[in-house]
Design a protein around this ligand. Structure first.
Ligand SMILES: [Zn+2]
Length: 191
């Protein structure tokens, strides 16, 4: 896998900009009657876990994709609160994925490495870096964090849904959605 240089990124952008279709401003969206986004997808930064691809997202879908290591709630909480205040979010999907890098490192390992690079910084001892041991449990834990936060609107927290994305099959599996499970399974009269 070749690493692209900054110049190569800039050249790629020039090619994209040549055929770019202008996006509407907020004011233009209002005039056109286009709704603002109401769904957050929180997932991992891993390039193999791209919701635009596996959810077939289109620009008019009104989906806000937020990504950090693994797809943790805590580093995203400020943004979730601001977006809910500004846009009134209806649903949050938390999606972790198989073979996540966060399952290949440990917080202790990252701490040790950083302490070697940054001697004398005792605050590193109490920092977490998003490592996970159990994929399904990590999704359940994120839902718990969201639902336990006194700052997140109750209705939004309770509607939050968790999934695991399988990088081999491309399929999403609901996790920890017992409260809202009927929203993600087909009604029994459908075949
Ligand atoms: Zn990941």
């Amino acid at each position: 896998m070749a690493t692209l240089t900054v110049d190569e990124f800039v050249n790629r952008n020039k090619a994209v900009a040549a055929t770019h279709q202008p996006s509407p401003t907020f004011a233009e969206m209002g005039q056109m009657g286009v709704d603002v986004p109401h769904v957050i997808v929180l997932t991992c930064i891993d390039p193999r876990c791209k919701p635009e691809y596996f959810l077939n997202l289109q620009s008019g879908d009104g989906v806000l994709v937020m990504r950090n290591i693994c797809g943790h709630v805590n580093p995203a909480l400020n943004d979730i609160l601001a977006l809910d205040s500004f846009l009134t979010i209806k649903d949050i999907l938390i999606i972790h994925h198989t073979d996540c890098g966060a399952s290949h490192f440990t917080d202790a390992g990252i701490r040790e490495d950083l302490k070697k690079r940054l001697p004398g910084h005792a605050e590193l001892d109490t920092m977490g870096f998003g490592a996970i041991n159990d994929l399904e449990q990590s999704v359940k834990d994120e839902l718990k964090i969201l639902r336990a936060s006194p700052l997140v609107r109750r209705e939004l927290a309770e509607r939050a849904a968790g999934f695991v994305f399988d990088i081999k099959t491309g399929e999403l599996t609901p996790v920890g959605c017992e409260i809202n499970r009927n929203r993600f399974t087909q009604p029994s009269n459908m075949t």
